[in-house]
Design a protein around this ligand. Structure first.
Ligand code: ZN
Length: 212
């Protein structure tokens, strides 16, 4: 907590003057063009590796960057992610949705070891949403075989979440109308590098190589 409080003081004394005008403008409303869905992991810092400012990203973070699929009556069990998806697309009007997984993800590791007894019933139920990703891991032929299982699952999981996003009527319709694009990203912690799924190559490649 000490570092957090020291950071608050530093922001107040050193950073706030620079951002005060920007926040005064943002107080009137937001117009981010991207919904960024990432893991809660402390090492994944979208504002740092994407060099974004306040107002640039509408962010959803949860354990394992999970987007539960939407059934006919909505999401079964936890509405948080679905609410963010619907709010971002309909109310905020984002044009892009990024699902960003990462290497050495504890949620993916826990998902792979779900047969072991735990004292975490809520986490266990939440991670049941990774079952389709584990199935996909077994059939997805384009993932880097050199990666450890937890990282290959994390990449398969990101692709699976894009499929889940399509189960939301508002997303499916907007993608069909070319008003919304979906992106699969993956942050390689050890190399501090963002990868993106290249549809033409059907594999994750450094994102900077795809930027025109
Ligand atoms: Zn994670």
């Amino acid at each position: 907590m000490h570092k957090l409080l020291a950071g608050i003081r530093d922001f107040h004394e050193r950073v706030r003057p620079t951002y005060r005008e920007r926040f005064a403008h943002l107080a009137l409303g937001q117009s981010p063009d991207c919904l960024f869905i990432a893991c809660s992991d402390s090492r994944v810092v979208p504002n740092l590796f994407a060099s974004t400012d306040p107002g640039d990203l509408f962010v959803l973070r949860n354990v394992g960057n999970i987007v539960p699929p939407c059934g006919a009556g909505g999401v079964d069990g936890d509405e948080c992610a679905g609410a963010a998806v619907e709010f971002a697309t309909l109310e905020v009007g984002v044009r892009d949705v990024v699902v960003c997984g990462h290497s050495s993800c504890g949620a993916m590791r826990a998902a792979l070891g779900r047969n072991e007894p735990t004292q975490t019933p809520n986490l266990d139920r939440w991670l049941e949403h990774t079952a389709p990703s584990i199935t996909r891991l077994g059939i997805e032929g384009t993932l880097d075989p050199a990666l450890p299982d937890v990282d290959r699952l994390s990449q398969a999981h990101v692709l699976q979440q894009l499929d889940h996003l399509h189960t939301y009527p508002v997303v499916h319709a907007r993608v069909g109308e070319r008003k919304l694009r979906l992106h699969a990203w993956w942050f390689d912690l050890a190399n501090a590098q963002v990868l993106a799924f290249d549809e033409s190559k059907r594999m994750f490649v450094p994102l900077v190589d795809l930027i025109p």
